[in-house]
Design a protein around this ligand. Structure first.
Ligand code: HEC
Ligand code: HEC
Ligand code: HEC
Ligand code: HEC
Length: 465
């Protein structure tokens, strides 16, 4: 029996096939030209959070409609969009609803959800009382300062005409322009970090599973309160760039989370089921089992494998960036899956240190990514490699299949915008069929998925001729 919550994953990714939403991908401001990692910066602490009310004046960010003031490259209606359209605005209100109360009851929380740190950390701009500005209120939900940083120091000065974003960043603004930094801001709540997490206990209590997060899809789903960039020769392949950075940063953050979960002496529930493939435990028992037919490659029958969905997609990218780092990654991942092959009971400390090593390798990959030429060739090669890996991805489970479908969709969207190939329409239809197929996870069969993805591989090849 497949739970409704798990199914929700499908609903968000299948929605992205709708043309309208895909159009939004290009409304994201992107770094022009090459991939650049942010310079390491001293963390500024102790700055107060002033509340979204301080941004809301119609002369600032609360205009009813775009203003187009000459010399200003923002629309000034950012507050209005966030307030009326963005679900982050309602993130606190959600804690008051029936669903949240049920979760809290199942978890036996001492306080109601809207007063529990376990929930507030992600559903508001969470800060200690010493950092609350005069109007600060949790009920504002996930607001401007959750993503743009505490504003006490830059709020006044940043309105001056000769002020720059760099100066604000020095005073505590988070850098949402650099895609690595932006990814880390989102991932803190959408995957978890040192202070927050959604584990299997919370999922079983009723919380949505955060594993479905995918950077470019989620950015495309936010109602944009930023200006659509002009299409130029330099940003033609922005979609590929964001996808690539999203894959790396998300796997890195997930590995750091695994390292904390397995390594912590205080973690209450290792093995943490949310690290494993959900559907290996949550599936019907059938006489005709595809699991038995496919076999248990390198693992013990009956033990759920870890959820390798993010790794199977970083792999083709890693080999494009650096064959050497890619080999190191394969080696550590193989050690890691071996260690997890007893539902992690074998050696949690070693799991933790191996996950840390993987995170470090990805960090080096991120640095080397700066030399990557993001263009038509890379986009095409990535699609080709992902679709050529179809059988392997399919056997890694439905989570991997879902991520592969999203990856092909995103990369192909970018490709189709810029390259007129003879098979484009057929490829587009074939990708839609992947999503149709994944609509019913209970009917998932790796052989069928693999054949569908093989078809895409052939079409891509015929496009090159
Ligand atoms: C690690 C961060 C994190 C923590 C901790 C967390 N949440 Fe969430 N919550 C999220 C995110 C992110 C979403 C949106 C998930 C998505 O759509 O992928 C969400 C979604 C939800 C939803 C569904 C909202 C909707 O619009 O349908 C409910 C209900 C919810 N959370 C309640 C809670 C409660 C109650 C707690 C505390 C017990 C809690 N959350 C703790 C991050 C968190
Ligand atoms: C969930 C995260 C999030 C929240 C909440 C949020 N923003 Fe943003 N904001 C972004 C991202 C991502 C961008 C696009 C990247 C960029 O241009 O910096 C952006 C862009 C902007 C820009 C354009 C910056 C530029 O130079 O082009 C402004 C202005 C802005 N936000 C103001 C606000 C205000 C005011 C609020 C609250 C009412 C708010 N934002 C809430 C994430 C967020
Ligand atoms: C402080 C925590 C926090 C940060 C930072 C954050 N989010 Fe969220 N996000 C949430 C929560 C909580 C929800 C669920 C809100 C609700 O259902 O009302 C959510 C919901 C969403 C949704 C709607 C999902 C759905 O199922 O409808 C999208 C899309 C999203 N976030 C994208 C982003 C992106 C992109 C970033 C980074 C630019 C980001 N978020 C940063 C906490 C956060
Ligand atoms: C190692 C096996 C295992 C793995 C892996 C696993 N679960 Fe579970 N899950 C369980 C068990 C056991 C229960 C408790 C069932 C009960 O109480 O009858 C459960 C309960 C649940 C529930 C409560 C409602 C229900 O219908 O059972 C949800 C939702 C859920 N899991 C989702 C997930 C998701 C999402 C993942 C992957 C991120 C996951 N599980 C991974 C074993 C697992």
């Amino acid at each position: 029996m497949i739970n409704k919550k798990i199914k929700n994953f499908i609903s968000i990714i299948s929605l992205i096939t709708s043309f309208l939403i895909l159009l939004l991908i290009f409304q994201i401001p992107i770094s022009k030209g090459d991939i650049v990692r942010p310079k390491p910066k001293k963390k500024v602490t102790g700055i107060k959070f002033m509340s979204p009310g301080t941004c809301a004046s119609s002369n600032c960010h609360g205009a009813a409609a775009p203003r187009n003031r000459p010399g200003l490259d923002i629309n000034q209606n950012e507050f209005t969009i966030w307030f009326t359209k963005d679900s982050h605005r309602k993130a606190f209100d959600v804690l008051l609803n029936q669903e949240s109360n049920q979760i809290a009851k199942n978890l036996r929380l001492q306080d109601p959800p809207e007063e529990s740190e376990e929930c507030l950390v992600c559903h508001t701009t969470y800060a200690p009382a010493s950092l609350w500005g005069k109007e600060f209120d949790f009920s504002d939900g996930v607001s401007c300062e959750s993503c743009h940083g505490p504003s006490e120091k830059w709020l006044g000065p940043h309105t001056a005409s000769d002020w720059t974003t760099e100066k604000s960043v020095e005073l505590g603004m988070y850098d949402t322009k650099n895609i690595f930094s932006r990814a880390n801001i989102c991932l803190g709540c959408h995957i978890g970090d040192e202070t927050k997490t959604v584990d299997h206990e919370m999922i079983a209590a009723g919380h949505p599973d955060l594993n479905r997060f995918e950077l470019d899809t989620f950015i495309a789903f936010m109602p944009p309160h930023w200006r659509k960039p002009q299409k130029t020769d330099e940003n033609l392949w922005a979609g590929t760039e964001i996808w690539s950075i999203g894959q790396a940063t998300t796997l890195k953050q997930s590995m750091e989370q695994l390292a904390r979960r397995a390594g912590s002496k205080t973690w209450h529930a290792w093995p943490e089921f949310a690290e494993f493939n959900c559907y290996s435990c949550h599936h019907d028992l059938k006489d005709d089992s595809w699991r038995q037919a496919v076999g248990y490659d390198g693992r013990t029958p009956g033990i759920p494998p870890w959820n390798s969905a993010r790794y199977v997609l970083l792999r083709p990218l890693a080999s494009e960036i650096s064959p050497d780092l890619s080999n190191q990654l394969d080696k550590e991942i193989s050690t890691l899956s071996g260690l997890l092959n007893r539902i992690g009971s074998g050696n949690p400390a070693q799991i933790s240190s191996t996950a840390t090593k993987v995170a470090e390798i990805i960090d080096s990959l991120e640095t080397q990514m700066q030399g990557l030429q993001v263009d038509e060739n890379l986009t095409y090669d990535l699609m080709l490699k992902i679709s050529a890996d179809g059988q392997y991805i399919a056997n890694s489970g439905i989570r991997s299949a879902q991520q592969a479908a999203v990856a092909l969709e995103t990369l192909f969207y970018n490709y189709n915008q810029n390259v007129k190939g003879q098979s484009n329409q057929q490829i587009s239809d074939a990708i839609s069929k992947l999503f149709d197929y994944l609509e019913e996870p209970e009917k998932y069969n790796p052989a069928t998925f693999a054949s569908k993805i093989r078809n895409i591989n052939q079409l891509l090849r015929s496009n090159a001729q």
